[in-house]
Write a protein that binds this ligand. Structure first.
Ligand SMILES: Cc1ncc(COP(=O)(O)O)c(C=O)c1O
Length: 431
């Protein structure tokens, strides 16, 4: 009998999750640029900036944790329960209750390994295959939507997405557009009867759009009327980290699942996500954490614990992060004008209402942005092509090949040179 090499055949779910995914390419590019390819101008990825005011607070807090034996043990030497550290959960529930009047307790919260894991759990709990041969999907009311969701389904075709309405709040000449939700399209999708949950990121990655309070209220009412949850992904928004440049109220209701994360506060390395949800959902998330990873990383929870207990966490965004990123956004918008106009491009940026991205619309591009991305990468500028963010649309839309996402939070000289090279390459590829 001859021994042949094992074929390592993967299950269907295994094949689906290990296919060449957009998020893998994105994180690979990002990881390389941050480590072995430092010459790359890194306008891709969603890495937060090293914000000095925030970093000094974290360093100080790490010093306290190292000096205090009990805290050090809580941070590194013990497993937390899978739902999260009990003191952390209690403090956060109390903070949200007293600040916003939300009727929640620790039983409504669950910690996860970053928001990304929370979404893997939530989407596969609420959509996919159900008893009696039924299938359910996640409805994204406003495409483009976060690339990181696209490949999370254990089952194929987990999403159905709606095209937005495109508005020009300051007129076309201002070159600033805003997507708003096409509620007629959302209602048409809901009456199909196969929607397990509605989900939206707020602010939205990739565009920096903040779905308005009125839009959130309407989505919430629609979800309630259809007996399904509304999932709001608050990776960048309020109550924290609050990297938002327009007013928007934090929102939770008993049929709403709100996810928070410590990543964009400046602690992505701690991998800490938080789900605020009906008790049944929060405890399902804890069960999944136990199965997949026993418990969560304790470090992020211990770093921010005093700021949750004294409420300071709600001030970090408005006082430290927002001014920092607002200045970055304004500088990058100036460079867009400085380079894109003289290059003869027909361009516009989405209104920068939150997060740290510019979403550039290049209307007369002769090539898809997938190709523009490759040409830019060859010139050491990393961006993310728009095509990745339109998953779930049932019909092809030319707009999805005309947009590019740039992270503007890196060093000024990197962003400026990046925008200059984008103008040059886009001009070569425009009609
Ligand atoms: C909209 C959105 N949601 C969720 C995440 C996941 O982040 P993390 O897993 O670091 O919390 C990100 C990260 O970029 C994001 O942009």
């Amino acid at each position: 009998m001859s021994l042949s090499a094992p074929s390592f055949e993967f299950s269907l779910a295994g094949q689906k999750l290990t296919a060449h995914t957009g998020i893998l390419e994105l994180m690979d590019d990002l990881g390389r640029a941050m480590t072995v390819a430092p010459h790359m101008r890194m306008l891709g990825g969603g890495n937060p900036a090293a914000v000095p005011g925030l970093q000094s607070l974290v360093r100080e807090r790490m010093g306290e944790l190292m000096a205090d034996g009990d805290a050090f043990e809580r941070m590194l030497v013990s497993y937390d329960p899978p739902q999260g550290n009990p003191r952390f959960l209690r403090a956060l529930a109390e903070l949200l209750q007293r600040t916003y009047g939300w009727n929640i307790g620790p039983q409504n919260l669950a910690v996860t390994g970053g928001g990304q894991s929370a979404f893997f759990f939530l989407f596969n709990l609420l959509a996919g295959r159900f008893g009696g041969g039924r299938r359910k999907k996640i409805l994204l009311p406003l495409a483009p939507e976060y690339i990181g969701y696209a490949d999370q389904g254990l089952e194929p075709d987990l999403f159905v997405a709606c095209r937005p309405v495109i508005e020009w709040p300051q007129g076309h000449d201002a070159k600033v557009f805003k997507y708003t939700i096409d509620f007629a399209a959302v209602e048409r999708a809901l009456v199909r009867g196969d929607i397990g949950a509605i989900a939206a990121s707020r602010p939205t990655n990739p565009t920096g759009n903040v779905v308005t309070d009125a839009e959130v209220a309407r989505l919430s009412a629609l979800a309630l009327a259809h007996g399904i949850p509304l999932i709001l992904d608050n990776a960048y928004g309020t109550p924290f980290p609050d990297v938002m440049f327009v007013p928007a109220k934090p929102f939770w209701a008993p049929h709403v699942i709100l996810t928070l994360s410590l990543s964009k506060l400046g602690l992505p390395g701690t991998r800490t996500g938080i789900v605020i949800a009906p008790e049944k959902i929060a405890s399902a998330i804890a069960s999944l954490t136990a199965v997949v990873g026993l418990a969560n990383n304790n470090i992020g929870q211990q770093i921010v614990l005093p700021w949750i207990e004294n409420g300071k966490i709600l001030e970090l965004g408005p006082k430290i992060l927002r001014p920092f990123y607002a200045e970055k956004a304004a500088a990058a918008a100036r460079w867009a004008r400085e380079y894109f106009d003289p290059a003869g491009l027909d361009w516009a940026l989405h209104a920068t209402e939150g997060a740290f991205f510019h979403w550039l619309w290049l209307k007369h591009l002769r090539i898809p942005t997938r190709e523009l991305y490759a040409r830019l990468k060859a010139r050491n500028v990393l961006t993310v092509p728009g095509e990745y963010f339109f998953f779930g649309l049932e019909e092809e839309w030319s707009h999805q090949h005309e947009c590019l996402r740039m992270n503007f939070s890196r060093e000024p000289e990197v962003v400026r040179e990046g925008y200059r090279l984008i103008a040059e390459e886009a001009a070569k590829a425009s009609a």
